[in-house]
Design a protein around this ligand. Structure first.
Ligand code: GDP
Length: 423
């Protein structure tokens, strides 16, 4: 059984908490793309954790976690993340963590490139998380990157270093005027942070195929949401990898396996971090209230997120890109305490009303068309059954289901593991 858990919107939908919840029924959780540019927040009986690289399943005993070949891994960051979890009493060993030999290593100079480029852009900043993600994926496709499997033989790896250093310095030194990188520095870095990982590195495709044959249940965990997918998102304001479910088996190391199910995580309102078009955006007091209620500050960077009401146009597109079979609607509790709730139902493009998500070029010219629904004033964070929800909250859920032509199976009403309703 192979299930993908993916984001429908711009990321930060609460995938981490849903993976943490749903992983109770799975044997294996695998991250299949991206790096430490996102943060998944999970709150359970063991504490509050922010995971950047490790799959959220690491917090469940008995679950084996896999970091797939589609990922880019900052090995220094990973060392820190593993150390923090161990301090909190979470056991991590090669028995419950397997890292793909084909995953790419994010180098310190990739992080540096990210920072240098943001500095160069000055007031035209792109809003990068400065974790080196775009530069390392660029290196991958230029075929100049290092892969995790190379850490298993540092003598062999050392032979590639002078050439790569000379090539990288063409950019770092000649284009940006920064200090050169050296082969010695790189080798020292691989020894310090790579060597301790040697026993975790393996052919995760082989491991997953074997597990699949044995009837184990495998969950593929995405980072970010459909609108940040490099091909289908709001390019160039996307991440640098494919997060859509269709890429899941490829990024996990099992291109031969078909997904049995895709669960889309969709937030009951909208949030978006960084630059780029965000049609349904709220500003001023309205935005501040929603941001404060939802705690919308980046888990990886602490940046305040842009917020707005639920966007039917973008979400319907996200559901289509993901091929979601069922939806978990998160953070519905944040919308409590209002007589009325707005929903963005269409975009007005210079007088033309769009109900399908347009080519990204015109998004900046689109204005949101809002519809007002009835809100509810009671706190719903203690609701655990559909019958506990006020009629207006149920109507809100049904409205979204109809408008987005999707089936909502779970509704979350709090950050804690058990704060959800299965419809
Ligand atoms: P992810 O990257 O998709 O995992 O999302 P984030 O972790 O960045 O953002 C989700 C945030 O919302 C986290 O702080 C969660 O603890 C919190 N959260 C998740 N689900 C709910 C919910 O149903 N209600 C409330 N109030 N908070 C939630």
């Amino acid at each position: 059984m192979l299930t993908a858990i993916v984001g429908i919107n711009w990321g930060d939908e609460g995938k981490g908490r849903m993976v943490d919840l749903l992983s109770k029924d799975y044997d294996i959780v695998c991250r299949y793309q991206g790096g430490n540019n996102a943060g998944h927040t999970v709150i359970n009986e063991r504490g509050r954790f922010i995971l950047n690289l490790l799959p959220s399943g690491i917090l469940r005993e008995g679950v084996v976690c896999v970091m797939g070949p589609g990922m880019v891994i900052d090995i220094k960051h990973l060392a820190g993340e593993m150390a923090r979890l161990r301090e909190a009493g979470i056991a991590i060993s090669p028995d419950n963590l397997k890292i793909s030999d084909r995953a790419v290593i994010t180098m310190p100079y990739n992080v540096q490139q990210d920072c240098l480029e943001e500095e160069r852009l000055a007031d035209k900043k792109f809003g990068s998380t400065k974790r080196g993600i775009a530069p390392v994926y660029a290196d991958k496709y230029l075929k100049k990157a290092f892969r995790m499997g190379e850490l298993k033989n540092l003598d062999r790896l050392a032979k590639r270093l002078p050439d790569i250093a000379a090539w990288k310095n063409l950019t770092i030194v000649n284009a940006y005027g920064a200090e050169p990188v050296t082969a010695e520095q790189m080798l020292a870095y691989f020894k310090e942070y790579g060597q301790p990982l040697q026993d975790y590195i393996c052919d995760t495709g082989l491991f997953l195929n074997q597990a699949h044959k044995e009837g184990k249940k495998i969950m593929l965990e995405a980072q970010l949401g459909a609108l940040r997918d490099i091909d289908y998102g709001i390019y160039p304001y996307t991440s640098s990898s494919n997060n859509i479910a269709a890429y899941g088996p490829i990024g996990a190391g099992v291109p031969n396996l078909k997904l049995d199910k895709t669960v889309g995580i969709m937030k009951a309102y909208s949030s978006c971090v960084g630059e780029g078009p965000f049609t349904a955006e709220y500003f001023g007091e309205k935005a501040e209230k929603l941001r404060a209620a939802g705690g919308e500050y980046g888990a990886a960077t602490g940046r305040p997120r842009r917020v707005g009401p639920f966007d039917v146009v973008a979400s319907k597109y996200g559901i289509r890109c993901q091929g979601a079979d069922e939806i978990a609607l998160t953070k519905l509790d944040i919308l409590s305490g209002h007589d009325e709730i707005e929903v963005c139902v269409a975009y007005d493009l210079n007088g033309e009303i769009l109900t399908e998500f347009p080519f990204t070029d015109v998004l900046d010219e689109c204005k949101p068309v809002f519809k007002t629904l009835r809100g509810w004033n009671q706190d719903i964070s203690k609701c655990r059954k559909k019958e506990d929800l006020p009629k207006e909250a149920l109507d809100y859920i049904r409205f979204i289901e109809d408008a987005c032509e999707c089936k909502i199976r779970y509704v979350s009403v709090g950050a804690e593991r058990d704060a959800y309703i299965e419809l």
